[in-house]
Design a protein around this ligand. Structure first.
Ligand SMILES: Nc1ncnc2c1ncn2[C@@H]1O[C@H](COP(=O)(O)OP(=O)(O)O)[C@@H](O)[C@H]1O
Ligand SMILES: [Mg+2]
Length: 248
């Protein structure tokens, strides 16, 4: 089982105000720069779990998702922060937070300007349907162009099923509405994407992905232990992969 690479925050650089998750740019002790989603941001640990489980699965499927790390934050970092809002956010976020490798100079993907290969678009759509990603719309694509390639970010709204475990089993084959998906018009090789990606969603891959989630974020009352929660994510995603009805 693989945990995510741990790093320690050394400096808060700037907020990246966009959605509701108050991400910020942070430098760490490995001299890396990360886009960090803080546990104190108020959207709850499930958004961070979704980033790791969906993002990690995407990486295993060969999609470009920047590396995910666990960013350890000592709240003393807040002291040198002039903005009181940021100060409070950091003070509430001591311990592990979620980091994504920052892609410097990346551009937001624009479907009018940038073209996407049909195979790649079909694979991204397939992946988003599997993890029920509602955040890949025209208005809010959460795709970046970097070094002329497409990168996937922001998987916090995936895995809708984990917000209600008692109802999760009934939602295993829930259809995915691809009509607003930014890459749907480019995704003309869906059968081929399904054939290529289905065999890659294995128990070993999913176990590896859920191992990266810190125990502290898996405290759902539906489970006695964090490992029980991990098993439930693996079982749900395997069952969905085997099910019909959701495929785009
Ligand atoms: N790894 C990254 N590299 C470069 N820019 C990023 C990265 N991740 C996020 N961003 C920028 O920050 C914005 C907000 O990040 P995102 O993960 O989409 O959070 P939110 O939940 O606020 O939508 C993105 O739209 C993008 O402009
Ligand atoms: Mg976003």
């Amino acid at each position: 089982m693989t945990t995510l690479r741990p790093v320690t925050a050394t400096r808060y650089v700037t907020p990246l105000r966009e959605g509701g998750s108050l991400p910020g740019l942070v430098e760490a002790d490995d001299l890396g720069t990360y886009v960090v989603k803080f546990t104190g941001a108020g959207q709850g640990p499930k958004a961070l779990v979704a980033e790791i489980v969906a993002g990690g699965l995407g990486r295993h499927l060969g999609l470009r998702v920047p590396e995910l790390v666990v960013v350890e934050l000592d709240p003393v970092v807040a002291r040198s922060e002039p903005d009181w809002e940021v100060q409070e956010l950091l003070a509430r976020s001591g311990g592990p937070n979620l980091g994504m490798d920052f892609l410097p100079g990346a551009l937001g993907f624009d479907p009018v300007v940038h073209s996407v290969d049909a195979d790649e678009a079909s694979r991204v759509l397939w992946f988003d349907a599997l993890v029920e990603n509602v955040d890949r719309s025209w208005r809010n694509p959460n795709l970046l162009r970097w070094h002329r390639e497409l990168w996937l970010i922001d998987h916090g709204a995936c895995l809708y099923f984990h917000h209600s475990w008692p109802r999760a089993a009934a939602a295993v084959a829930r259809p995915y509405d691809a009509s607003g998906h930014v890459l749907a018009p480019f995704a003309t090789r869906r059968t081929e994407a399904d054939a290529a990606l289905t065999p890659l969603v294995t128990p070993a891959v999913l176990e590896d992905v859920v191992a990266g989630v810190p125990d502290a974020w898996l405290d759902d009352p539906a489970f006695a232990t964090p490992d029980d929660a991990r098993t439930a994510y693996v079982d749900h995603l395997l069952a969905r992969t085997a099910a019909e009805g959701w495929r785009p």
